[in-house]
Design a protein around this ligand. Structure first.
Ligand code: FAD
Ligand code: NDP
Length: 426
């Protein structure tokens, strides 16, 4: 018993939504495309879950943030999929994949076969248990990866108003959730192992700006340590977080954001993996030519840096998905994927964008006591990365353009002196 499609997208997140839109733009016939997703709703813009969805007033709710509104494109509602003859198999986990036979088997035992498969399974949140700490299942501990997690988080915030939250992790989830918790009138202590927040991207100087801003909003930072255990009451609720150094932090709720792992397990031993993801070439094609991988799960060649990278950001998910569909539908016309890495975040009144690579020497510019500042990264004599806080749309476009051009930098002092003006003059 089973169904057969020409194209199957496995996973129903950001990449799946943008792939579906691209398939329709390229005239996919009705009945040929199927999306299988564990989630009960069609693809949505996942970034909304740590931003608009968590607001106490007029929060974003589906259907408002279905893909592809994040790129100012059409909003793909269940009706849209129906009208375009795309089969949505929702609330359905794929349990096994047979690449040789070109089949997927769902949790209900159905076999779905394909001619072309696009793997868009994204990633899962790392659990504390993977670091030897128990307690993730306590009812007031939450992670944030999907709509269900976000709904749990909203419920917890409502029940904890005026209380204390401990946020574990100083990365994207930690920073964005801490801001939302404060906006929901919850006192926040952030705990993370590094010397400063967003350690993989921010320089100490950039991080200091955000930490001071967060402190001005009442956020307390405990850096350079991790939790060792939870204090749990007889109802199974966490009441305190105990740190490695013995510190005891009272907690009415806990939010954990300690990184992710790409969902590759179905394909281990069947496809080549690299950097924790499914290795693809410049056509986003895996080691099996009928199988493509896009979004968080794909390790692809970043032409600009001559390296295979796996990126965990929405713009990459959107663009890699669209490019894979272009390759599938128009193989001769579609070129090699040539992506400029782009990360961003927006919290409180802050907004930053980063393009390229944070390798090499850092040159800060602008007013770190004001609201607009930035940094360039210069590696092997070329500008390879740019960061800007508080820029205008045009300024962000400018740093993106300058970074893509990788201009030669002969005089670092001159670059520092000119600051944003350097990119604007390119
Ligand atoms: P996902 O969107 O994670 O989708 C994967 C889908 O596959 C899910 O629906 C999942 O249920 C499904 N799936 C997995 N395995 C199976 C299976 N076996 N069977 C069936 N279905 C399966 N990036 C930014 O650049 N800016 C931001 O502001 C930003 N904010 C974010 C906020 C949050 C809360 C989170 C969690 C992420 C955020 N990101 C942000 C990252 C961005 O959302 C991801 O990079 C993007 O969602 C990746 O898209 P994807 O399609 O590869 O994976
Ligand atoms: P990140 O990788 O951004 O950050 C994880 C943080 O947790 C790091 O500070 C990490 O430190 C720390 N950490 C690791 N282990 C522990 C531990 N045992 N105890 C305490 N802290 C620990 O992951 P997130 O979970 O924040 O984000 C998940 C995903 O969501 C990412 O793919 C991210 O890109 C995406 N996302 C993106 C957003 C954006 O682009 N604006 C917004 C929200 C989510 P260390 O570095 O030392 O490992």
């Amino acid at each position: 018993m089973g169904r057969a499609f020409v194209y199957v997208i496995l996973g129903g997140g950001v990449a799946a939504g943008y792939a579906a839109l691209e398939f329709t733009k390229r005239g996919v016939p009705h009945g040929e495309l199927c999306i299988i997703s564990e989630e009960p709703v069609p693809p949505y813009e996942r970034p909304a879950l740590s931003k608009g969805f968590l607001l106490p007033e007029e929060p974003a709710r589906l259907p408002s943030f279905h893909t592809c509104v994040g790129a100012n494109e059409e909003r793909l509602t269940p009706k849209w999929y129906k009208e375009h003859g795309i089969e949505l198999v929702l609330g359905t986990q794929v349990k096994s994949a047979d690449i040789r036979r070109k089949t997927l088997i769902t949790a209900s035992g159905e076999t779905i076969s394909y001619k072309i498969l696009i793997i868009a399974t994204g990633a899962r949140a790392l659990k504390l248990e993977e670091f030897g700490v128990k307690g993730s299942d306590a009812e007031n501990v939450c992670y944030l990866r999907n709509l269900s997690d976000a709904t749990t988080l909203v419920g917890l915030m409502k029940s904890c108003s005026g209380g204390n939250a401990v946020v574990i992790g100083g990365g994207y989830i930690g920073m964005e959730c801490a801001a939302s918790l404060v906006i929901n009138k919850i006192s926040v202590t952030m705990v993370f192992p590094e010397a400063h927040c967003m350690a993989r991207l921010f320089t100490p100087k950039i991080a200091n700006y955000y930490e001071e801003y967060y402190k001005s909003k009442g956020v307390n930072f405990v850096k350079g340590t991790v939790l060792s255990s939870f204090e749990i009451d007889t109802d199974g609720k966490v009441t305190a977080v105990i740190l490695k150094d013995g510190t005891h932090l009272p907690a009415d709720m806990v939010v954990v954001g300690i990184g992710i792992r790409p969902n590759t397990s179905l394909f281990e031993g069947q496809l080549t993996l690299e950097k924790g993801g499914i290795k693809v070439n410049g056509k986003l094609q895996s080691s099996n030519s009928s199988v493509y991988a896009v979004g968080d799960v794909a390790a692809f060649p970043v032409k600009l840096f001559g390296e295979i990278r796996r990126l965990e950001h929405v713009d990459s998910a959107r663009k890699s998905a669209r490019h894979a569909v272009a390759v599938i539908m128009e193989p001769v016309k579609a070129g090699e994927y040539d992506y400029l890495p782009f990360f961003y975040s927006r919290v409180f009144a802050l907004s930053w964008q980063f393009y390229g690579d944070n390798a090499g020497e850092v040159i800060h510019f602008g007013d770190f006591s004001g609201s607009t500042f930035g940094a360039y990264w210069v590696h092997k004599g070329h500008l390879v990365g740019s960061f800007l806080e508080g820029g205008t749309k045009e300024e962000y476009e400018t740093i993106a353009k300058a970074t893509r051009l990788k201009p030669a930098i002969e005089d670092i002092a001159e670059l520092e002196r000119r600051g944003l003006g350097f990119a604007l003059a390119i």
